[in-house]
Design a protein around this ligand. Structure first.
Ligand SMILES: [Zn+2]
Length: 313
């Protein structure tokens, strides 16, 4: 597959350019946003997203993958508008984000029913639009792979095999569940080159990280600027992995949210002081260079891996 679905249509993988693989333009509590729309200032929200995307465009970013899926307030018309205004390519996803249960609708239906819903988003369009998903997203955190999540992971795996688009996960390295995610994908027969175990960079446990890498998948060092792992440790772990030859398996990103309604602004400032969508390119990459990462390694992580991931290579 040499093409990828963006919110404005298909693009060639070679045209993705410098890519931030995990950032959110608008993330919110879906039920609250639908039921209490008066709580939101839509114009302010839109301007924040445009400002964030323009800031990284000025840094040379050409594409953003936004893994905001069901359960996070996914709004593809919003992404389309931001992409049109900024000229930055945005790739949206399909899948379910929950740490425990899934909607009753899916609880009472089988795995393949959910698979078909994901395939529809990729092949036909999302939310009654012609905007198609470019990749699949699923999540498991501290509670582990609950029975509901097992169903999601298998539906995601089957949709991957049917469509060929890649999978990005949210994993919780502290409980080691990246490996459990891999077990399910393996059972379902997914090509490891189409899998990214996200948030693996939240750990500095090299044994754990290398167990994941050595299964042939990609990992996300995708939360620069965020807890739970402090910046220096994220940095030194990444440098060690680069030294060991893993540049072609690692994605750098920030999991930054231009908008997030889970917390008040004060809480966000407390949780992630100086949170910025420009941090990776302004701070992290220059520091990597200074400490010995080569231009080739940086280019591989920011330009090439995304092309290969989308092609299952
Ligand atoms: Zn995220």
């Amino acid at each position: 597959m040499g093409f990828v679905n963006t919110v404005l249509g298909k693009v060639k993988v070679e045209d993705l350019g410098c890519t931030l693989v995990h950032e959110h333009l608008l993330l919110r509590s879906e039920t609250v946003a639908i039921q209490f729309p008066h709580l939101y200032d839509e114009e302010e929200i839109y301007q924040k997203a445009v400002k964030g995307v323009q800031a990284v465009k000025a840094q040379g970013v050409k594409t953003i993958c936004d893994p905001t899926v069901v359960g996070m307030g996914r709004d593809v018309r919003f992404l389309e508008k931001v992409s049109q205004e900024t000229g930055v390519q945005i790739i949206t996803a399909t899948g379910i984000y929950s740490f425990t249960e899934i909607p009753m609708h899916f609880q009472n239906r089988d795995i393949d029913y959910m698979t078909d819903a994901f395939i529809y988003d990729i092949e036909v369009g999302i939310q009654n639009t012609p905007i198609k998903a470019g990749f699949l997203k699923c999540a498991a955190d501290a509670p582990g792979i609950t029975p509901d999540l097992d169903k999601v992971f298998r539906a995601i795996a089957r949709a991957q095999k049917h469509t060929g688009v890649p999978i990005m996960t949210h994993s919780h390295p502290a409980s080691g569940n990246g490996l459990k995610q891999l077990e399910i994908f393996k059972e379902e027969g997914v090509n490891p080159n189409s899998i990214m175990i996200g948030h693996t960079g939240d750990s500095d446990d090299l044994d754990y990280i290398k167990q994941i890498l050595d299964s042939g998948v990609y990992i996300g060092a995708d939360r620069f600027g965020q807890p739970p792992l402090e910046y220096e440790k994220r940095h030194s772990t990444l440098l060690e992995l680069l030294n060991q030859g893993y540049a072609n398996r690692i994605f750098l990103s920030q999991d930054y949210c231009c908008n997030i309604d889970w917390y008040t602004d004060e809480q966000v400032n407390q949780l992630v002081p100086n949170w910025s969508i420009e941090f990776l390119i302004d701070e992290v990459i220059p520091k990597l260079r200074k400490e010995g990462a080569t231009e080739e390694q940086i280019h591989t992580m920011m330009y090439e891996n995304v092309q290969n991931w989308f092609q299952g290579k």
